[in-house]
Design a protein around this ligand. Structure first.
Ligand code: ASC
Length: 127
C-alpha cells in the first residue's frame, strides 16, 4: 500500500504524533488536575482508538527506517504482541470511558501509557 519505504515511515510517524497528542489530552484528567469530563475524554479516546488500528501495515517487511529499530523486523512476534497489548489497553480505555467509570479510566490510562512506553523501549530508536 505504500509506494516507497519513506511513505510508510511518514505514515506511521503521523499516526504516532496524533495518538500522542490525543492521548496526552487525557492526562490532566487522569492526574486529577482537571475534573473528569466524559464527553471530552471520549472525543479523544475515539481518535486514539481509530489511530491505534492504523500504523501496523506501515511496519511490513520492506519498510525499515525512520525511528523504528531493526527489531521490528527481526522480532516480528514480539512486535506483534506489543502492538496487541497496546490495542487491548486502548479498548479497555474506551470501555471505561464509555461507562463513565473514572477509576477504570485511570487504570486503563495507565496501562495504555505503559504499553506505549514498553513498545517504544523495545522497538524505537533511542533519542
Ligand atoms: C504519551 C506519549 C507516549 C506515551 C508514553 C507513556 O502521551 O506520547 O509515547 O504517552 O510517554 O509513558
Amino acid at each position: 500500500p505504500f509506494r516507497e519505504p519513506h511513505d510508510a515511515v511518514k505514515y506511521r510517524g503521523a499516526t504516532m504524533v496524533l495518538m500522542g497528542a490525543h492521548f496526552g489530552r487525557l492526562a490532566p484528567m487522569a492526574k486529577r488536575e482537571v475534573p473528569f469530563d466524559q464527553a471530552a475524554a471520549q472525543a479523544n479516546v475515539d481518535i486514539v482508538k481509530m489511530l491505534a488500528a492504523l500504523p501496523w501495515p506501515a511496519y511490513a517487511p520492506g519498510y525499515e527506517g525512520g525511528e523504528a529499530r531493526s527489531e521490528v523486523w527481526t522480532n516480528r512476534e514480539g512486535f506483534r504482541k506489543a502492538s496487541e497489548t497496546f490495542q487491548a489497553a486502548v479498548r479497555e480505555l474506551d470501555a471505561a470511558t464509555q461507562a463513565g467509570d473514572f477509576d477504570a479510566f485511570r487504570v486503563a490510562f495507565g496501562k495504555t501509557g505503559q504499553s506505549c512506553k514498553a513498545c517504544h523501549d523495545d522497538f524505537r530508536k533511542k533519542k
